[in-house]
Every structure is written in structure tokens, then in C-alpha cells.
Design a binder for this molecule. Structure first.
Ligand code: HEM
Length: 401
């Protein structure tokens, strides 16, 4: 089970051509894989190993961030922190993401989705990523953060390089494009947050949105620092928009590829949540994210030295035959509650806080597509996303009558 037997890395084209086969090889031949590409790290691919590691935050720390690069500890919120700090931040921030807050957005998201589909009414083809899957979550992000909707194109131009940086050894310093995206983000949001703070202090026309609540939420009598709010907004923009965009594209792609399943769904809309969950299981929008071990770990005979970056491959856990029957079959008739145990939103303390929101966006998008564009079908090969840890498309050509 040496890490030398199989060549896997997020920068390897072979992996992106057929991730499921590479993940199966890893599970079968090399469940603790090591590579030096693009920087030394290990990868866990068995569901049991991933879920038990993610439930043991003492050993598998998030303090150096969820990417391959070692980020500066202590400045990130939630996803880059460990208990007890993480627990306190999570209690404070999860109030903002309560189900009741998310449910209130349902009508607005449905209206937005219908308006986007209205724009397609006179056409018979389009790119579902550009026309629907990207603008829905980005617009919702503008609502949450109180920024003008017109800026969604600008935000997307930062989100893609920022997402790519997760699998780069140098993280934010990886390339001129990545650095420029971060710089533009920090300038824009630094200014935006400052203006919002002034409004809060003067108590004038303060929007009751996520940003205001982030700036005012207290835990043990303390508010979050400016740096943490800025870092959290940056994380949210990437974590909350591109992932949901990929999910919407992925579910439609698989349904178009499996016409019988698509027809079954059109005949029974109650299967929409199953289709979303099965898509999340089958095509995890985030292949995997990293932890750093706080002590030496011996797993399947492989020594993982302390302070190694270790990728938890969610996408592989979702295809592990020890857990899933017929894991390589896309099947929307699987049991919904069993399906929800997929690892695509993470596992344990860092389980995705935005899961209810992205599920809602996905359900609304899919329902609107089925109702308003029932004859939708593929119109050429989609273009895969270029971000190493992400799975999905940057463009998905479709046609309808
Ligand atoms: C299909 C869409 C999404 C996917 C696949 C996804 C995936 C994930 C994953 C895998 C994690 C765990 C990170 C880790 O263990 O290190 C996570 C955490 C998180 N996600 Fe999502 N996410 C999605 C949508 C969203 C949305 C829409 C939001 C918010 C608007 C969001 C906010 C968060 C937050 C705040 C965390 C950190 C939780 C913590 O560390 O306690 N996500 N997400």
C-alpha cells in the first residue's frame, strides 16, 4: 500500500478526466496516498477513515486552513479554526444561518430564478452555467452581503482564481491572477465593511442582512474582529457561490445524460430533493479539502508525520462500496435520508453551514428548469472547471424547443 504505486494529484490531468476511476484505485490500492505534487501532502480516500478523521479535530486540525497551502493560523473564521474558538464562532454565526432565515428567502430566490428564465424565453439555446447556475447563488450572496447585484460579474472574476488557489502550494501567492483577485476583493470589501460599520454606529438605514449581523453578533460579550469579518466574507463568496453553481450544473448534466431518470423526475417532482442529493453524492462539487495532523499518525501501515497536509477526499467517500450499494450508478430513486449521509458538505464540526441554502437554491433551479424548459437537452460538450479541488463545469451548453 505504498503511496508510490499510484500517481494522483489535483494538478494531474488524468485525475480530472476520470476522477471516479482514480478515486477507486486510491481506495483499492493506496488508501493513504502521498505525493509531492504540487507540494507534499497525503490523501485519505476510504469513507471510514475520512469520517473518523473529520470527527477527531484534536488530531486533524483546521488551523492551517482547508487548502493545500499552510495559511496563517488564527486569522480565519470557522473553516480555519479549531475548538474551542471554532465552537464559539459557530454558535454565533449559525444563528445567522438558521433554517427560519433561509426559508424566508425562498420566494425571492424563486422570483429571481423565474426572471432569469424569462430572459431565455425568446431563445432556444444557452449556457446553463452563465444563464442560471452562476447568477442565482451570486445574486443571493449580494443579498446576504449587501452589495449591488450589478457586481456579480466582478465577484465571479475573483471567485474562480480564489477557488483555484485552494489546491495550489503557494495558496494566495500562487500567481499574478490569484494575487490580483485577492487584492481586488480586499479593497472592495474593506471599503464596503467600513461603510457598513459607520452606518451601524450612526444607526442610519442599516440593512438587516448577514453582513450587519456578522458585524454585530456577539459571543461572550465580544464582536468578531474586522480582519475576521473580512476573511469570512472572502470564504463565503467562494464557498457559497461557485460550489452551488457547480451543483446546479452537475445535476442537470447527469439528468440529461440519463434520460430515463430525467423523465422519471419530470413525472414526479417530489423526487427533486433526491436528484439534488444524488448529484451531490455522485459528483461532489468539492472533491476534497485538507486538514493538518497535530501528531504523527500511522494509518494502513503508512506513517503520516506531524504537521502534514492531508486531503479528505469527500468525492471518494461518496463512492465507497463499503457504504453505498452500486456506488457508480447515478440513481435518483435512492432513499433520501440515506442519501443525505454523503460527505459533500463535509462531516463533523465543520459541516457546511450553507447546506440548507444551497439545497434550496438547487431545488428551485431544478424545478424551474423542468417546468419552464422541459425539453432541455445537451448542446455539445461542457467545459470542465479549472479549479483543482472542484468538480463541475464552467460552461454547459444546452438547447430546448
Ligand atoms: C453545493 C454547495 C456547497 C458545497 C458542496 C459546500 C461544501 C462545504 C464543505 C465540504 C464544507 C466543510 C469544510 C471543511 O470541513 O473544512 C463546508 C463548510 C462551510 N460552508 Fe459550504 N458548501 C456549499 C454551499 C455553501 C453555501 C451556500 C454557504 C453559505 C452561503 C456555505 C458556507 C459554509 C460555511 C460557513 C462553512 C464552514 C463551516 C465550519 O467550518 O464550521 N457553503 N462547505
Amino acid at each position: 500500500m505504498s503511496g508510490l504505486e499510484i500517481n494522483f494529484s489535483f494538478v494531474d490531468e488524468k485525475f480530472h478526466k476520470d476522477p471516479a476511476s482514480v478515486m477507486a484505485l486510491l481506495r483499492n490500492k493506496c488508501p493513504v496516498h502521498h505525493t509531492a505534487e504540487p507540494a507534499s501532502h497525503f490523501t485519505l480516500s476510504l469513507e471510514a477513515d475520512i469520517t473518523s478523521a473529520l470527527r477527531d479535530e484534536k488530531t486533524w486540525s483546521s488551523k492551517y486552513g482547508p487548502g493545500l497551502a499552510y495559511s496563517e493560523p488564527g486569522i480565519g473564521v470557522l473553516v480555519s479554526s479549531d475548538p474551542p474558538e471554532h465552537t464559539q464562532e459557530r454558535i454565533a454565526i449559525s444563528r445567522i444561518f438558521k433554517a427560519s432565515v433561509i426559508e424566508k428567502m425562498e420566494d425571492d430566490i424563486a422570483l429571481l430564478t423565474n426572471q432569469l428564465i424569462d430572459k431565455l424565453a425568446d431563445k432556444n439555446n444557452g449556457d446553463i452555467i452563465r444563464d442560471l447556475a452562476a447568477p442565482i447563488p451570486l445574486t443571493v450572496m449580494c443579498w446576504l452581503l449587501g452589495t449591488p447585484i450589478e457586481d456579480i460579474e466582478l465577484f465571479r472574476s475573483w471567485v474562480l482564481p480564489m477557488a483555484e488557489a485552494v489546491s495550489y502550494a503557494d495558496g494566495r501567492e500562487a500567481s499574478a491572477e490569484v494575487k490580483a483577485a485577492y487584492q481586488s476583493f480586499f479593497e472592495y470589501f474593506g471599503d464596503h465593511i467600513q461603510k457598513r460599520k459607520e452606518l451601524i454606529v450612526s444607526n442610519e438605514n442599516v440593512h438587516d442582512d448577514l453582513l450587519t449581523r456578522l458585524l454585530t453578533v456577539t459571543h461572550n460579550g465580544r464582536t468578531l474582529s474586522n480582519k475576521k469579518v473580512l476573511g469570512f466574507c472572502q470564504f463565503l463568496l467562494v464557498a457559497g457561490s461557485e460550489t452551488t453553481t457547480l451543483m446546479i450544473g452537475n445535476v442537470l448534466h447527469r439528468l440529461m445524460e440519463n434520460p430515463k431518470q430525467f423523465e422519471m423526475l419530470k413525472g414526479d417532482h417530489s423526487l427533486i430533493p433526491n436528484a439534488i442529493e444524488e448529484s451531490l453524492r455522485y459528483d461532489a462539487p468539492v472533491h476534497g479539502l485538507f486538514r493538518t495532523n497535530t501528531k504523527q499518525v500511522l494509518l494502513h501501515g503508512i506513517d503520516i508525520p506531524v504537521d502534514s497536509k492531508v486531503c479528505m477526499m469527500f468525492g471518494s467517500a461518496n463512492r465507497d462500496p463499503e457504504v453505498w450499494d452500486n456506488p457508480d450508478k447515478f440513481d435518483i430513486s435512492r432513499d433520501l435520508s440515506a442519501l443525505r449521509n454523503h460527505a459533500s458538505f463535509g462531516v463533523g464540526a465543520h459541516y457546511c453551514l450553507g447546506a440548507p441554502l444551497s439545497r434550496l437554491e438547487g431545488r428551485i433551479a431544478l424545478k424551474s428548469i423542468i417546468e419552464r424548459l422541459p425539453k432541455i437537452r445537451s448542446d455539445g460538450d461542457p467545459t470542465p472547471t479549472t479549479a483543482g479541488v472542484l468538480k463541475g463545469f464552467s460552461n454547459l451548453p444546452v438547447r430546448w424547443d
